[in-house]
Design a protein around this ligand. Sequence first.
Ligand SMILES: Nc1ncnc2c1ncn2[C@@H]1O[C@H](COP(=O)(O)OP(=O)(O)OP(=O)(O)O)[C@@H](O)[C@H]1O
Ligand SMILES: [Mg+2]
Length: 404
Amino acid sequence: MASEQDAHEDETTESQGDETRLPPLWDTPRILGIELTNFLSYKRAHLELSDFTAIVGPNASGKSNAVKAFRLLRDIPTYGLPVALARHGGFDQLRHRSNGKPNDPAIKLHFAFDDAPPSFYEISLGSVSGKKYRVKSERALVNYGTRGDFVSFHSDGSRLSASERLNGPDDEIRSVVAPGQSALSTGSFASYVVQNTLRSIQTIEINPALVGALQDPSSTDEFDPAGSNTTSVFEALTQEERAQVTERLSAVVPGIVRIEPQNFADKQTLAFFQHTASGNRKFLAKQMSDGTLRAFAIMLAMTQKTQPQLVVIEEPEVAIHLGALQSLVEILKSSSSTTQVLITTHSADIIDEVPVDSLRVVWSDQEQSQLATVSEHTRSVLRSGMITPGALLRADALDPDFAA
Ligand SMILES: Nc1ncnc2c1ncn2[C@@H]1O[C@H](COP(=O)(O)OP(=O)(O)OP(=O)(O)O)[C@@H](O)[C@H]1O
Ligand SMILES: [Mg+2]
């Protein structure tokens, strides 16, 4: 093993220089999927992601709960673990309960850089007394490059061990982690990469009232999931990017020709210029329809300056006219080659646009959510072309692979 590593190092010095072996501190990896253990309604589940993944299933089956896991992960580097948990109702709420007994939750995110082997980040929480929590363990392994390079860390909730050197053992950096805090902020190559990865997950929960309201100027161009800083995010775009958002929106809401930021004293909003029968008219965001504001915010989130690696959208069909839904899905699909998309949906029209391999079916069985791909039998029915996935969804016959 040691000699193999030496051979790699020799090769590097000769041909590429050391810098090519630094961990990918600025790149974001592809998100492969998420494993949930005792998280909300899930006892155990593995959600694998493709470019464009859609979760379907009955009401209260666990679709939003899977999305919440991504939101929680994204919130950890943004707010710190205690506040991230508080934003989700607190540790106790997140613990899976079947037969009333709470269990200790864990989330594991799988991701990968280019052709390197898969990497992961995992956090497990446990209870201390009553409803308080502790971090039971937190670890990450980041593989990168084509030469077997990696960095890693491991924490037991109070002590962190991390490699300071590439491919080094985990015991090189030792530091303490404050009780209840994540080790991600303690600083190591691996935690840096994981933070970047988690921050590249963008969840979208648009509140049209906030998109339409007069907004405070925001110094960050990071998209707020509710859409409360859309003016600032739009303002930060280049002319080409603004034109792209406008064009995409006009595919859903015909007639939109231009969008411009507008200032009102110390507040700001967006003005939408729309081609109508009586000529070009200007509307302020608050005059636009909820559906327009939702569609606009989704387009903006996909085009923001720091492009997310994964965009998670709950029920994108809400408030969108059926005839426009196809355009919205086309846009999401075409962007998904660069930004992965995960949606939950009840819409048969959307399902018809999603490849069957990218569908995930969620159902509830004995107070537990189950998640699986579409069954082989259903696939063969779909391959025959006699019926579409949407028609099966309407007939409640989109069967999951129960054995998976
Ligand atoms: N801690 C928990 N332990 C076990 N089950 C839970 C827990 N928290 C929530 N649930 C279950 O999860 C269900 C809600 O799931 P979720 O919100 O994901 O549904 P959904 O599939 O998004 O439904 P909809 O289509 O109506 O939005 C609740 O009805 C509840 O039964
Ligand atoms: Mg839901």
